[in-house]
Write a protein that binds this ligand. Sequence first.
Ligand SMILES: Nc1ncnc2c1ncn2[C@@H]1O[C@H](COP(=O)(O)OP(=O)(O)O)[C@@H](O)[C@H]1O
Ligand SMILES: [Mg+2]
Length: 258
Amino acid sequence: MSDMPLLKVRDLSKFYGKRIGCANVAFELWPGEVLAIVGESGSGKTTLLNCLSTRLMPTTGSVEYHMRDGGYRDLYHMSEAERRFLMRTDWGFVHQNPADGLRMTVSAGANVGERLMAIGDRHYGNIRRTASDWLERVEISTDRIDDQPRAFSGGMRQRLQIARNLVTGPRLVFMDEPTGGLDVSVQARLLDLVRGLVNDLGLSAIVVTHDLAVARLLSHRMMVMKDGHVIEQGLTDRVLDDPREPYTQLLVSSILQV
Ligand SMILES: Nc1ncnc2c1ncn2[C@@H]1O[C@H](COP(=O)(O)OP(=O)(O)O)[C@@H](O)[C@H]1O
Ligand SMILES: [Mg+2]
């Protein structure tokens, strides 16, 4: 791990009119670290993730990002073009619903290859070979390379979305309920796959989930949200095995329906 945080988040708040989306969030994310954001529905997880990934502008606060050149930049003071460039090169975003992160009517190979072309790769043979390698890495048979994702199962679509995001070698991946829409048996396999890839690639990731088992399996550290506020954060094992806040204790003991 590098000795500089990848993200420095300070005093981040997002209000929708008078309604709190998230409030006064502060943390640092380190290279290679997986952070889970947990909490019941409506607690502000998606709002926070969308602010961090600049899909949403916060009302107050700053997020400093450690650029590849070594300097820090405030994400909210970048131009739209710079942000788009980061999203294409340094970041991935895995949506809960794969249809939101894929192009459903172009081939699986093109879904992966497109991201390579977006960063300047123009060699058709290389693009196809890399796309094919990535299909294999996410356990999609390469003879499906010319099929469209609309012909795939939910689990395959989600694995394709992951390949599309990781093919460009991002440093940071945002995931919103990555296993949310899948059958339990498919979830377990996908989680294993994601955990393996994140480890192998040394990725940093921020994973939103209402499922504490997902947080347990994937994350090093977690933040618990309630009514837009982070009420507890710490190492995942510590928070789950020895929760300090009464609300977290309820969550962990599954008394709350999340
Ligand atoms: N676009 C929006 N306009 C108004 N209120 C919103 C909007 N999106 C979310 N909210 C509100 O912000 C709070 C947090 O929502 P959200 O971030 O979606 O939570 P979660 O992802 O944990 O379910 C909720 O009270 C929700 O109703
Ligand atoms: Mg949400």
